[in-house]
Ligand binder design. Structure first.
Ligand SMILES: NC(=O)c1ccc[n+]([C@@H]2O[C@H](COP(=O)([O-])OP(=O)(O)OC[C@H]3O[C@@H](n4cnc5c(N)ncnc54)[C@H](O)[C@@H]3O)[C@@H](O)[C@H]2O)c1
Length: 245
């Protein structure tokens, strides 16, 4: 493809910076805009990646006529609404994992992409690792016979993340399953050839652990933040119309 793909970020925090760093290595990709409700995040992103346009309101970013694609890097609760709006505005979308807070939101996003005839991709990068690619090839070529059972396991050895909104159920939507669990499930599903589900059932704990910060990670995080991270806050609407947090 000869055309330069002009990309805008909605949410300019940690993962947006990581993505922008990778995009610097890709010829034909240009970061042209970022939107974030936080001045601090926006300033940091601007300093590092110098996009010509920055906005406090992502709707202004979507109004840019010469924007080709959008990367939605907001907290989980804010994935659906900007994705729907971006697709409606004719942009291709990469939305970070987890795709959405629930199946209804996810279905609305897929429907919107089909209607707009635009690409919608989820930030499941592990499927592109050499190990996952090799396994998928080997499964497809029959090296392992018929796959009857898959066991997935993911462990974050540094404990419960204490930055961002990990301790906010209203914004995060869940615990380890919605955070790293989705990565490992998606990768397993991809490797075995994405069979159509017949049924699904699950059980999740809401308990988040009670280890002291020193045991959680080696760089030492304040007790207040670590304590907060194991206390879900409840009460806010799960409606995709609430676009601020
Ligand atoms: N693919 C991966 O491996 C991976 C890794 C890390 C994070 N993520 C995902 O990326 C998303 C963001 O995580 P993060 O670690 O970058 O969090 P973060 O807190 O560092 O960044 C989120 C940013 O979104 C901004 N924001 C919040 N509401 C907004 C709104 N209404 N409009 C514009 N900006 C808004 C915040 O101010 C913040 O700067 C999460 O969904 C997370 O699950 C994916």
């Amino acid at each position: 493809m000869n055309k330069t793909v002009r990309i805008g970020f909605i949410g300019a925090g940690g993962i947006a910076c990581w993505q922008a760093e990778q995009l610097k290595k890709i010829q034909g990709a240009q970061v042209v805009a970022a939107a974030d409700v936080s001045d601090i995040a926006l300033e940091k992103f601007k300093k590092q990646y110098n996009p010509p346009h920055v906005f406090k309101d992502w709707k202004q970013l979507l109004a840019m006529p010469d924007l080709d694609a959008v990367s939605v890097c907001t907290p989980n609760k804010m994935h659906c609404l900007p994705t729907l709006a971006a697709l409606k505005a004719g942009k291709h979308v990469l939305v970070e994992k987890p795709m959405a807070m629930n199946a209804n939101e996810a279905k609305a996003m897929v429907d919107a992409a089909r209607k707009a005839k635009r690409l919608l991709q989820i930030g499941f990068q592990w499927r592109f690792t050499p190990a996952a690619q090799l396994l998928r090839k080997r499964v497809a070529s029959g090296s392992f016979g018929d796959i009857l059972y898959v066991r997935c396991q993911a462990l974050r050895r540094r404990g419960i993340p204490s930055w961002g909104v990990f301790g906010r159920k209203d914004l995060q939507g869940g615990g380890p399953m919605i955070d790293i669990g989705v990565h490992i499930l998606e990768m397993a599903h991809f490797i075995i050839g994405a069979p159509k589900p017949v049924s699904a059932s699950a059980a999740c704990y809401t308990y988040l652990g009670d280890k002291k910060p020193a045991a959680l990670c080696s760089w030492g995080i304040g007790i207040t933040r670590a304590t907060r991270s194991r206390t879900w806050r409840s009460g806010s609407s799960s409606s995709p119309t609430a676009d601020r947090w």
